[in-house]
Every structure is written in C-alpha cells, then in structure tokens.
Design a protein around this ligand. Structure first.
Ligand SMILES: C[S@@+](CC[C@H](N)C(=O)[O-])C[C@H]1O[C@@H](n2cnc3c(N)ncnc32)[C@H](O)[C@@H]1O
Length: 329
C-alpha cells in the first residue's frame, strides 16, 4: 500500500485509544466493539465530530456534574451489595445516568455523556482495574468525589458500531483494518460489567459476590473459547476488506503464533514485530483462595506482544469481497 492510510477499521475497539490516535492523524475511522460501554467510547472518541459537539458537550456535562445524588438500584447493587464505588459516588452516577436517559440525547451527545460518566466512575472506583472483584478495603481514590470532565473529542468525521466483528468486517472497505481480538478466556464483558450496566442504563439480574450481570454468562465471545477462537478469527479475516491488515496478538493466546502466521500469510505478505510486556496486575498480586491465603504460583512476569502487518494480495482481497457479497446477498 502506497502512502498514509485515509480510512481505517478498528474491529475490536475496546477503549478506542487506537481509533482516537488514528483520527488525530486525520484518518477517517470506523470503530466497532460488541460491548455497549465500548460502543459509547467509540461514539465519543471516534464518531463524534468536535466541531459539531464541543460546545453542547461542555454545557451538558456542566449540568450533569451539578446533579445531586439519588440512590436506587445501581447504588444498592454496586455500592452496598458489592463495593465498586462509595455510596455517595454511586448515587451521583445513578442520578446522572437517569438524567442522560431522560434527555433522549442525539447519539453522539449521549456517547460523550456516557463516556464522561464511565471515566469519572473509573477514577474513583475501588478495584485494581478489572471488575472481577473489588477491594476488601476502600481504595484511597474511592474517597474522592465523582467529578465529570469533558472527554477529549476530536474534529473530524468517523463512525461506530456495536456488532459482532464478523458482521462489522463485511460492512467496510478500508485502507487499514486493525484486529486486536481477545486471545484467552477472560471476557471483557465480565471484566467491565459495571461500565456495561452504566452504558445500557438497565437493571440486569446479577450473580455472585462480584454482582456480575447474568448476561455475562450468555453473551460470551467466540474469541474467549479455546474451541471456537481459531474459526472465529478465520471468519473475521476472510471478511476483512482492506489493503493492509494489522493484527495485535501475544504468545499466550488460544491461537498459536505459527498458525496465526499461516492464516495471515494466506492474505498477503506478512511483517512482524514483537515487544516484551509486563503481564497484567494479577501477576504482581499473586493468586489467592477464597480464605484470602496466597496459593499457587503465578506465570512468568512478562509476555511477548506481537504486531503483524499484512500487505494484502488484492486478488485474494477480491475473493474475500466475493465471499462478502455472497454472505450479504
Ligand atoms: C484486546 S481488546 C481490544 C483493546 C483495544 N485495542 C484498546 O486499545 O482498548 C478486545 C475487544 O474485543 C471486543 N470483542 C470481543 N469479542 C468480540 C466480537 N465477537 N465482536 C466484536 N468485539 C468483540 C471486547 O469487548 C474487547 O473490547
């Protein structure tokens, strides 16, 4: 592919950090993720055009930030029954979420408001970053009052969707597609279930000490299962229509690196870079049983992140397009 990309597709967008960085470089980005909280982040950081929304977003967030707390189901579930947020902060988050729903905002403005709320909660939550569990004693930051900020929205157009990656891949033809799928059993929905509830504004059935949403058990990703990961990745790859495909993976995934190289090689010429990376926080904390005793030995302190860049063979891309047309009819 010659020159800088003008269009990009981030199929597993998560925080939308990548799409945001590309948008800042002037690339027109489409961001997709199947979880609602990630869709809100994508709507804010990738789809919303600051030229249209900056002033209204600042006014709205000022109004929302002035609301008093009003505790209900959300506060009871996440600040009393479990302890992700201090009750006063949870009650304010609950009041802000209720007001956002009542205002029936345009999608971009709603995404900006939800992002502001999720990020404000994230700054005062009482976890080590993941919502598999909360801390036994309140994290120091949890005592800070919840405060909204206007997210850093950028000038320029973009778009966002909340689809399975296989479906989103069919809908866009781009210069660069970025694939950063989950690579093991850890579900992003389970790890960020409180943000999912905030984004959806619903009152799901919850289970266990962590008060996870019941649908964490039903809405699993094919990428989180050893038996389905490879087929799911192959399916996505076959559907992607891009001149260049960039894939992020590590050496601990369900898909082995030799198999991944083989699959990518079928789409074109592959280059690869890899870097060592500290493993997630669980490694530092150790492994504990239900009685709080340290048990077992965590794995290695570091793992290796691989970035693959595929210059797609256009004849193969045409075959992928024919498949896409056949699937979409
Ligand atoms: C490794 S994370 C991506 C992180 C992202 N690159 C970032 O910078 O934050 C993988 C993402 O894939 C999403 N995901 C998992 N299965 C999916 C599927 N079948 N379709 C779409 N998104 C999926 C998860 O919600 C999660 O946000």
């Amino acid at each position: 592919m010659e020159g800088a990309p003008r269009t990009a597709l981030d199929l597993f967008s998560g925080t939308s950090r990548v799409g945001h960085a590309l948008k800042r470089e002037g690339v027109r980005v489409h961001a997709n993720d199947h979880n609602a909280y990630a869709y809100a982040l994508a709507g804010c950081y990738v789809a919303a055009d600051a030229r249209t929304w900056r002033d209204r977003a600042a006014r709205l967030i000022g109004e929302l930030d002035a609301l008093r707390g009003r505790g209900g189901w959300f506060t009871e579930t996440y600040a009393v029954r479990s302890r992700y947020l201090k009750p006063a902060n949870a009650a304010r988050a609950e009041a802000i979420r209720a007001r956002i729903a009542k205002l029936s905002l345009e999608p971009a403005l709603e995404a900006i408001a939800l992002t502001s709320l999720i990020e404000a909660c994230d700054r005062v939550d009482s976890t080590v970053g993941l919502q598999m569990a909360y801390l036994k004693t309140w994290a120091p930051r949890a005592h800070q009052p919840l405060a909204l900020r206007v997210p850093e929205i950028l000038d320029g157009k973009g778009s966002a969707s909340c689809l399975d990656a296989r479906e989103a891949a069919l809908r866009h033809e781009v210069d660069v597609a970025y694939l950063d799928p989950p690579y093991n059993q850890h579900s992003y929905l389970g790890n960020y279930h409180v943000w999912e509830t905030l984004a959806r504004g619903d009152r799901p059935e919850v289970y266990g000490v962590a008060c996870k949403r019941a649908d964490v058990r039903e809405r699993g990703s094919a990428f989180n299962r050893r038996t389905t990961m490879e087929t799911a990745f192959e399916d996505v790859l076959a559907r992607v229509r891009a001149k260049r495909i960039v894939v992020s993976f590590n050496n601990e995934g369900y898909l082995t690196l030799p198999r991944l190289r083989e699959l990518l090689g079928a789409r074109g010429r592959v280059r690869e870079v890899s870097v060592e990376h500290p493993r997630y926080i669980g490694h530092k904390l150790g492994i504990y049983n239900l009685q709080g005793e340290k048990v077992g030995t965590p794995g290695p302190a570091r793992n290796r992140e691989h970035l693959f860049v595929v210059e797609c063979n256009m004849a193969r891309a045409r075959r992928a397009r024919a498949l896409a047309n056949a699937v979409t009819g």
